[in-house]
Write a protein that binds this ligand. Structure first.
Ligand code: MG
Length: 412
């Protein structure tokens, strides 16, 4: 199992994806997701210029050693570009090992700890009535848990709200709320934390009144609050029994979570932009969070994220892996295999990819009764249709950013 070909493939069916494809001398092919939303080409360069030359001629069976080599031999380690590149290599090697063994990757990780992965969808609406329609539509599609994002009176565009009526059956159109927009600059959105904090508890009250107490509800604060604002929101949402409040403060300041924790029993999830176990270490050890949001694609691969989640398990902290559409089908498959195998699985974010993406990436996962399963094909269960991928060249696209009413740039 010597790696004799390593290709970096960029395709943009519904959005940009970066995929590493490794081929061994005995003909096995492994895929890895290296997509870093809005900074895709930086990872392409990192892989092409600095990683691919190191892989050619190396032993595809040595997953741990390869990860340690890429992490430590670079000297300049960590960071989203580096770790997305390492993640792609790691995923591709697990894919190859699964194919060599004739087993799905979850079997190599210890076997299934459950029959399926509870997943949450993204219900959203500018108004309560649009939001209720979205919740009903997700219930019809089988979702058993839902993230609730809503418009705020006075604000125009806002994170997490569908830019057009949702149509999951019609995925050729822009589905749900993929926030990255094509173009050479990020679009500007507006934000007002005070208006948001005043409005949000009433929305959750209305959702509970309409749909009852049993449906697990989640909410994403998307890094926008100060610690004391986040504490206030967590407390205000306690009557509505959230499954979690996500990214309530900017993740860089981990001390902030200590203050939030002192004031609320609303469970906290954080870490979708984290890259290594070091970003989670204090939050896990001091039990300041309840769910680890790290994604396989951005945490350096299956190998390091499994270790992080096993560390979290000692503190009864569970997984809640990031799963928007900028995690490619390869990254999602890796998350599903890992989630199926670990003991402390919590929930999986699930935002379906569009039809074009699903033609480029042929997949074996199933979605049944609110649960995901990666399937039982050897490896990760995803193959790349190169002809389809070639139809969609890279197009520049960026996530939006925020300004307050007085023009100040704010966290998006
Ligand atoms: Mg989030």
């Amino acid at each position: 199992m010597i790696i004799d070909k390593a290709e970096v493939i960029v395709t943009s069916p519904d959005r940009n994806f970066v995929t590493l494809r490794l081929t061994t001398d005995d003909g096995l092919v492994g895929l890895g997701d290296a997509t870093l939303n809005g900074r895709e080409l930086a990872v392409v360069a990192y892989l092409t210029e600095h990683v691919v030359p190191l892989l050619i001629g190396s032993d595809a069976a040595r997953i741990e050693d390869t990860w340690q080599f890429l992490y430590r031999s670079a000297y300049w380690r960590r960071g989203p570009v580096t770790m997305a590149a390492s993640a792609a290599v790691d995923m591709a090697l697990w894919d190859i090992k699964g194919k060599a063994a004739g087993m799905p990757v979850y079997q190599l990780l210890g076997g299934a700890s459950r029959t399926g992965l509870l997943a949450y969808g993204h219900a959203s609406g500018k108004t309560n009535s649009e939001l209720f329609d979205s919740v009903r539509m997700h219930l019809e599609h089988g979702y058993r848990a839902m993230r609730i994002q809503t418009g705020v009176p006075g604000l125009k565009a806002i994170y997490g709200i569908a830019s057009q009526a949702q149509g999951m059956a019609d995925a050729e159109t822009r589905y749900d709320h993929e926030p990255a927009r094509r173009g050479n600059k990020p679009t500007e959105e507006d934000w007002d934390t005070r208006a948001y904090l005043t409005h949000l508890p009433g929305v959750f009250e209305a959702v509970r009144n309409e749909f009852g107490p049993d449906l697990p509800l989640l909410h994403d604060g998307h890094h926008r609050m100060t610690p004391i604002q986040a504490a206030k929101l967590g407390k205000a949402l306690e009557p509505y029994d959230l499954f979690w409040l996500e990214d309530c403060t900017p993740a860089e300041n981990q001390e902030a979570l200590r203050l939030v924790r002192q004031h609320t029993t609303t469970p906290l999830a954080i870490g979708e932009i984290f890259n290594t176990v070091w970003d989670f270490k204090d939050l896990i050890r001091d039990q300041l969070i309840d769910y680890v949001r790290g994604a396989v694609t951005h945490m350096g691969g299956i190998t390091p994220l499994k270790k992080t989640l096993e560390y979290a398990a000692q503190y009864q902290i569970k997984s809640g892996m990031h799963g928007p559409t900028d995690i490619s089908p390869v990254g999602m498959a890796a998350a599903m295999h890992l989630g199926l195998a670990i003991h402390n699985f919590g929930i999986q974010e699930y935002m379906p990819h569009g039809d074009r993406t699903n033609r480029v990436f042929e997949q074996t996962f199933t979605w049944e009764g609110g649960y995901l399963h990666p399937g039982n094909e050897p490896g990760l269960g995803v193959s790349l249709n190169v002809d389809e991928a070639g139809k969609y060249p890279y197009e520049q696209a960026y996530l939006p950013y925020n300004r307050l009413a007085d023009g100040t740039v704010h966290d998006w």
